[in-house]
Write a protein that binds this ligand. Structure first.
Ligand code: NAG
Ligand code: NAG
Ligand code: NAG
Length: 139
């Protein structure tokens, strides 16, 4: 009886520890993913993201970023029509709560990373009007 209580307590502590660790890691993971994305976007005179996507403010307040209040995770990214150049890095595949990605009407090039395929919630990808739409279509 005593042993099972101790075991239960140990399991509960472990669960709480892991759970807290996971939720802490996740929004930080989202931030790291977006900062990696930013580093793959070539500088441009009008690149508003260069100053706005900064650790000095919370990720969920960054331009183009929408979070779910329930999970405090990034659910949508809309950076359409911002005159952005660059590639889409595999790091976006770490935005595990992402539902919608809109990078349309920019000058992105290259392939969409296959890491995006592991995003089970992802429903909308709009890559219209970029430099190589024929390559994007293979995704
Ligand atoms: C980024 O822009 C948003 C919306 O304009 C603003 O609320 C936020 O404070 C800005 N963050 C930084 C770090 O500049
Ligand atoms: C995110 O994904 C990249 C490549 O897919 C990986 O190398 C990196 O370690 C991941 N970052 C985090 C914080 O999980
Ligand atoms: C993506 O953004 C463009 C420009 O703002 C908009 O016209 C388009 O409807 C958006 N795509 C989706 C799937 O919402």
């Amino acid at each position: 009886m005593d042993t099972s209580y101790i075991l239960l307590f140990a399991q509960l502590s472990l669960f709480i520890l892991l759970h807290n660790h996971t939720s802490l890691a996740n929004i930080i993971t989202d931030e790291a993913s977006l900062l990696a994305f930013k580093s793959h976007i070539s500088s441009h005179p009008n690149n508003i993201l260069a100053s706005n996507w900064s650790s000095s403010g919370p990720v969920c307040s960054w331009i183009g970023v929408t979070c779910s209040s329930r999970h405090n995770r990034v659910t949508a990214l809309d950076i359409s029509t911002m005159q952005l150049h660059g590639i889409i890095p595999p790091h976006l595949g770490n935005l595990s709560f992402l539902v919608s990605l809109n990078i349309s009407n920019n000058a992105f090039h290259g392939d969409l990373p296959q890491e995006l395929a592991r995003l089970q919630r992802l429903k909308v990808i709009d890559v219209a009007s970029n430099n190589s739409p024929e390559k994007f279509r293979h995704f």
